[in-house]
Design a protein around this ligand. Structure first.
Ligand code: ADP
Ligand code: MG
Length: 711
């Protein structure tokens, strides 16, 4: 086994990652120090320019193009003061990650010298070649250019490396024709649509206009494995998950990992990652051990949605890089290890109007009427468009997680908690008997009793749970960017708000209470079926959901089909978020990515099975057969049965492995993802059984009991 190639891998495992050590201590003053935020803006820009930019950042005023040159100059001065030599437009193409192409600030100057310069045009617009990013057929080959456009609402920041730093400018990425080629463009459009609809609805309640803020808190789950193990697992290196591995006797069943004491090595890593996140102005707040061994979570304080989405992309990047620096690898795949919990990204979404969280029940009846209206709008949105939301959690990785071990099912349902569900049910029935204590429930602005605050029990099994003052969507996978789910959520809720406003606006003021009451009653009645407060992980729920007619889109191909649905396309287009063509392109990108990922998994599974496992099994079998032959020639009796059984098991394993590998090869050639996944599962079954039979010292892949426990 020990040829030079293997030695090189060992050497790589031993080499310390080449990144600068972080400063020894994190102080709270460091928060945001690598961000071109309000403080830096005021310090580095002329006063009028600073005020104009801050008006855009803080209250969404249109950007004055005349300030671009001054902003660019000040931003560059700030970045150079922090050691930057280069800048990049930083964007989110449809490949699931972020993209950057660095340019030096360098400009040749007289006398063979050079200076640092950065123009307004460089800040505002970039023209990266778009031809190598997924575009789902939008970009014709003769127009290879894509355009990146500065998003001033997400502040520029600095990324550091061992020898310097780069100024990163968050941008949207579009085609020549203006079609979105990224995740930020439609997200921004959807935020605008929801803000508009919210303002309209709040006016129905007689409220003065106030700034609307869509908010997101994205909880990030991940696994850590030692880099030395990772380097010995071609499946982890190539696909992010283990394609083989027998579950060890002890995994998570003792429930001794969740919230357990964090091991010092992991804590050191977390501390470093958080220090970096704080410098980037990302409010990393909570850290803890998760349910599965070697699984962890990081949760930030919620922020404005667009910023929170960008920040989550940075969280994933910083976790990966810090892990590497610590001799670890951070796995963001949704199901790196079969048989234990997978990793999700709980998407906590809410809506604020001025200082008020519209999903906060609050104490006074007037606020409660608004709360119930918003709640009702969300319930309607989810019932009508669960399929659209489900498209955003599709993917080869999340397919391995959803509906699996302690993971939400593929059905989207709303959890309200018993008390709130009672209130809703009383409202829907409008009958005396149904309402507890409160008698018949009236939503009138002055008649509704205070709602129970924070009365929701924590249902961890719901896909879309109301958790006191926000909704938590639990289906998204750990590796998935937050943009898509929230983009559709915004559109769906905007549509509900607009339908409500259509009716409320028509009502004369004196009839407002009655109109609202009737509206909520009708809508809750119609969409109650999507509310489920029981155990979402149970098989009974899946059957019940089917009876209720809720969609259960099990795998990626089913889950992305609603992107092609005419009604969905019309809805999303109506709000100017994605055109029909853009929806279709997203379908194509998702399908292609899924097929390619499954193809890669099948390919690497076959390679591992044939070139790493098979030789070891052949060896073990021939040893066992030789020993058996000698033992019978020598006339041994007592051990013979055991030796024969061992040789037979290995022989059968060898046979199975060969034929199942042939099956996988055939499925790969046919190119059908379903068949490839089934053939991979068959090969895995044989390999995992053989893992228990073959001499431990000869097994070529690090085992689950090692990767999950030794770090
Ligand atoms: P858990 O759900 O694990 O019990 P919390 O309820 O404290 O934890 O919060 C989970 C996440 O929800 C955090 O990131 C938090 O900042 C976020 N969150 C809290 N309030 C809001 C809100 N109004 N809008 C969006 N996210 C929120
Ligand atoms: Mg949570």
């Amino acid at each position: 086994m020990h040829n030079d190639r293997i030695h090189a891998i060992h050497a790589l495992a031993a080499r310390a990652a080449e990144q600068p050590a972080p400063p020894a201590r994190a102080t709270i003053e460091d928060f945001g120090s690598d961000v071109f935020g309000e403080q830096a803006i005021r310090k580095y820009l002329p006063k009028v320019v600073a005020e104009k930019l801050l008006a855009t950042v803080n209250s969404g005023a249109p950007l004055d193009p005349a300030i671009a040159a001054d902003v660019a100059h000040g931003m560059k001065e700030w970045a150079v003061d922090r050691g930057a030599t280069h800048f990049t437009h930083w964007f989110m193409p449809l490949n699931g990650g972020t993209a950057e192409k660095h340019d030096a600030f360098l400009e040749p100057a007289a006398g063979g010298k050079a200076v640092f310069a950065f123009s307004g045009k460089n800040l505002v617009l970039g023209e990266p070649d778009a031809s190598s990013f997924p575009n789902g057929g939008i970009r014709s080959t003769f127009e290879a250019r894509g355009y990146t456009a500065w998003d001033p609402t997400s502040p520029a920041f600095i990324k550091r490396h061992a020898n310097g730093a780069t100024l990163c400018i968050p941008t949207a990425f579009c085609s020549f024709g203006g079609e979105a080629l990224d995740r930020k463009t439609p997200l921004l459009r959807s935020i605008q649509a929801l803000k508009k609809a919210t303002t309209r609805l709040m006016r129905c309640f007689g409220l003065p206009d106030e700034p609307v803020r869509v908010t997101l808190g994205a909880e990030q789950e991940y696994f850590l494995v030692d880099r030395a193990f990772w380097l010995q697992r071609p499946d982890l290196v190539q696909t992010g998950r283990t394609l083989f591995g027998a579950p060890p006797p002890k995994h998570q069943q003792l429930e001794d990992h969740y919230f357990g004491a964090i091991r010092p090595r992991v804590l050191k890593f977390m501390e470093e990652a958080e220090r970096e996140l704080w410098r980037l102005g990302i409010p990393a707040k909570t850290r803890h051990n998760e349910v599965a061994p070697a699984q962890f979570e990081l949760a930030p304080v919620f922020e404005e949605l667009n910023l929170a989405v960008d920040h989550n992309m940075l969280v994933m990047e910083v976790l990966r890089q810090c892990a590497e620096r610590n001799g670890l690898v951070c796995l963001l795949h949704e199901k790196p290890f079969a048989g234990v919990n997978g990793s999700g990204k709980h998407n906590n979404w809410s809506l604020a109007y001025g200082a008020r969280n519209l999903l906060d029940p609050g104490d006074d009846p007037a606020q409660n009427a608004i709360f119930l209206t918003v709640l009702c709008a969300v319930v309607r949105a989810i019932d009508l468009h669960a399929d659209l939301l489900r498209t955003t959690t599709a993917g080869a990785g999340n397919d391995c997680r959803l509906g699996g071990n302690e993971a939400p099912p593929a059905v989207v349902s709303v959890f309200l908690g018993d008390q709130l569900a009672d209130v809703v049910s009383a409202l829907a029935r409008g009958s005396r008997g149904a309402a507890r204590k409160a008698g018949t429930l009236r939503v009138g602005v002055d008649t509704l009793p205070p709602l129970p605050r924070d009365a929701t029990d924590r249902n961890r099994t719901s896909t879309f749970a109301f958790t006191g003052n926000k909704f938590e969507f639990r289906q998204p996978g750990a590796s998935q960017p937050c943009a898509a789910a929230n983009m559709f959520l915004n559109v769906m809720v905007a549509d509900s708000f607009d339908r409500f406003a259509d009716q409320l606006e028509k009502s004369p003021p004196e009839a407002f209470n009655d109109t609202l009451q009737a509206l909520l009653r009708r809508v809750f009645r119609k969409h109650e079926r999507v509310i489920f407060n029981g155990d979402g992980y149970s098989a009974e729920w899946v059957a019940e959901a089917d009876r209720r007619g809720l969609p259960n889109l099990r795998d990626t191909r089913q889950a992305i089909a609603p992107l092609l649905d005419g009604a969905n396309q019309a809805l999303v287009a109506k709000y100017g978020v994605l055109s029909k063509v853009e929806m279709e392109s997203r379908h194509e990108v998702a399908l292609e990515e899924y097929e390619r990922k499954v193809g890669i998994e099948g390919g690497i599974a076959l390679e591992i099975a044939r070139s790493m496992i098979l030789p070891v099994v052949v060896d073990a079998y021939s040893k066992a057969a030789t020993t058996l032959g000698r033992a019978s020639a020598d006339g041994l009796s007592a051990g013979l049965a055991g030796l024969r059984a061992e040789a037979e098991t290995l022989g059968r394993g060898l046979d199975d492995l060969s034929s199942r590998c042939a099956g996988l090869e055939k499925a790969l050639a046919a190119g059908d993802p379903g068949a490839v996944l089934a053939a991979m599962a068959a090969v895995r079954e044989t390999v995992d059984a053989l893992e228990h039979e073959v001499d431990d010292a000869a097994w070529p892949l690090p085992k689950y009991r090692e990767m999950l426990f030794l770090y």
